[in-house]
Design a protein around this ligand. Structure first.
Ligand SMILES: [Zn+2]
Length: 250
């Protein structure tokens, strides 16, 4: 497989990609508490995995793509009271993304795709708004965001009794970590975590108010490595479709 990670290439190799009309996948995700059993890196490792799998497939299917190193940024207000969580202001996220996308534009990459796993509402709104503003300024940028569209499909794969409420460090993200970084999962802790589901999650200002005092929502004990892999396959398939459509329209 040909190298597509920017940090491992020389500028001449990078240039060969931009001359072919390559796009750049930019994975981002904040350092954020994910229960007593998962590392703070869940969201940026998730975004990184999605970007890496997508870049591989895009290149194989004829859409040239490189991948930037994952940037640990995001707005994480609802979980900011938990130790280690870094929450940035929307303006900060916007400035960082804009500087990066402008740099890639300067070197003739066709566009930038923000790959983001962190589902906090303000974070998503910030990324969508930033992408639209950059595109407006002639710097084509999108946030690949298939998760909302395929959530039903993902929920059907879960075993917990309220899969629609499994949104943070529950069955989905525990499965992801058991697949990608099992050495970082506190397996002794996971098995005793009782499912905790919150309906109407948008009604709460933060995780504590929503009753998530252990910083998870869902059923962590049901996590399985095979499930993690299967879920990310579904997500990546959608990202690739979305990016192929977008790149061919540029
Ligand atoms: Zn997460």
């Amino acid at each position: 497989m040909k190298e597509f990670r920017l940090e491992r290439m020389t500028y001449l190799e990078t240039e060969a990609y931009s001359k072919k009309g390559a796009i750049v996948l930019l994975p981002i995700g904040p350092l954020e508490a994910h229960g007593p059993h998962l590392p703070l890196s869940v969201d940026f490792l998730g975004s990184e995995a999605m970007a890496e799998m997508s870049a591989e497939r895009l290149n194989a299917q004829g859409t040239p793509a490189v991948m930037a190193p994952v940037i640990p940024i995001g707005v994480s207000e609802p979980s900011k009271m938990f130790s280690g969580t870094v929450s940035m202001k929307p303006e900060t996220v916007k400035l960082v993304i804009s500087d990066i996308a402008e740099s890639f534009k300067r070197h003739d990459f066709k566009g930038t795709v923000i790959v983001n796993q962190h589902g906090e509402r303000v974070n998503i709104e910030t990324l969508i708004k930033t992408s639209a503003e950059l595109t407006e300024r002639g710097i084509p940028t999108i946030m690949a965001n298939p998760i909302g569209r395929i959530m039903g499909k993902i929920h059907d794969m879960l075993r917990g009794e309220s899969p629609e409420c499994d949104f943070h460090a529950g069955e989905i993200e525990t499965s992801f970590c058991l697949w990608k970084c099992p050495e970082l999962v506190k397996t002794e802790v996971v098995k005793d975590l009782k499912p905790y589901y919150v309906k109407q999650k948008g009604k709460f200002k933060d995780f504590i108010e929503a009753g998530g005092t252990d910083c998870y929502f869902g059923a962590p004990a049901l996590g399985k490595a095979e499930l993690g892999e299967a879920i990310y396959e579904v997500i990546v398939e959608e990202i690739v479709k979305e990016v192929e459509g977008w790149a061919s329209s540029l």
